[in-house]
Design a protein around this ligand. Structure first.
Ligand SMILES: CC(C)(COP(=O)(O)OP(=O)(O)OC[C@H]1O[C@@H](n2cnc3c(N)ncnc32)[C@H](O)[C@@H]1OP(=O)(O)O)[C@@H](O)C(=O)NCCC(=O)NCCS
Length: 229
């Protein structure tokens, strides 16, 4: 009962997020400890990044950001998500960036404080990341993979406009068992259509950080990181 009451009190202390209520900035050295502190449980870490990282998360596994290929183009753009007051509320990455296929993968989304989950921040961060990918980087397709049992994850991406493509059955070995993953995607024309339905204020808010003076080529945009966000 005490825990339940505590949860309710915590939740009432945090108003729900609107879709325009976070901004993304490049994930930096100063954000690493916070990210590690959020991901302090093995199951949560696996849900966040799959087998790509080992528990416990440590600095050696996050300091390589941003990852680059041989030409120096960033292939993985990690972001810290900040609320208007400046406090960091989450993290997300644009990764597996493929300029030739004009697609990338959205990954490693987290709303750090459990008391803030279920209040719209995940969707708000996802929309921001999509705005950067479509409006700034000019990709055609964003895709992602989320454990099928992660209801909040699947729901968050659906509410941000993603379509389920199918299930990768038992694709993740985990502690003698296998997890299945839902693959989801969002196309530029679907983003565009959804954009027309948004209020002018939200449209402006989403574009504000994503709009370049002139749209750079995909490759130029990656090279310009971390100024691009
Ligand atoms: C997954 C996560 C990022 C979602 O962010 P969130 O802020 O909790 O989600 P939102 O409040 O934006 O929810 C968006 C939609 O998801 C669905 N949803 C959210 N939480 C849910 C839950 N616990 N159960 C079922 N559906 C849920 C709802 O449909 C919701 O829309 P609605 O409130 O309009 O009905 C967040 O829960 C989290 O950080 N989880 C731990 C890390 C993780 O699992 N990351 C995913 C890696 S792929």
């Amino acid at each position: 009962m005490r825990t339940l009451l505590h949860g309710l009190l915590d939740r009432s202390a945090h108003p729900a997020a609107s879709d325009g209520s976070v901004v993304l900035r490049p994930f930096g050295e100063q954000d690493i400890d916070q990210l590690i502190a959020w991901l302090d449980e093995e199951a949560l870490l696996f849900s966040w990044a799959g087998p790509g990282v080992r528990y416990p998360l440590d600095r050696s596994q996050v300091t390589t950001y941003p990852e680059s290929d041989a030409t120096g183009s960033a292939r993985s753009l990690p972001y810290a998500a900040a609320a208007p007051g400046g406090g960091v509320v989450g993290h997300v990455e644009l990764t597996e960036i493929d300029a030739r296929l004009r697609q990338l993968r959205l990954s490693r989304l987290i709303v750090g404080d459990p008391a803030l989950r279920g209040r719209g921040f995940g969707r708000a961060i996802t929309l921001r990341a999509c705005a950067v990918a479509f409006e700034r980087l000019g990709v055609h397709r964003i895709w992602l993979s989320v454990p099928a049992g992660n209801k909040a994850g699947v729901g968050c991406f659906e509410r941000a406009g993603f379509t389920r493509e199918g299930v990768l059955r038992e694709c993740l070995p985990r502690q003698g068992d296998y997890w299945s993953c839902v693959v989801m995607s969002l196309l530029d024309r679907e983003w565009e259509k959804a954009r027309r339905r948004r209020s002018p204020a939200l449209r402006e808010a989403l574009l504000a950080q994503a709009r370049p003076p002139q749209r750079p080529t995909l490759d130029q945009a990656f090279r310009a990181y971390p100024r691009i966000f």
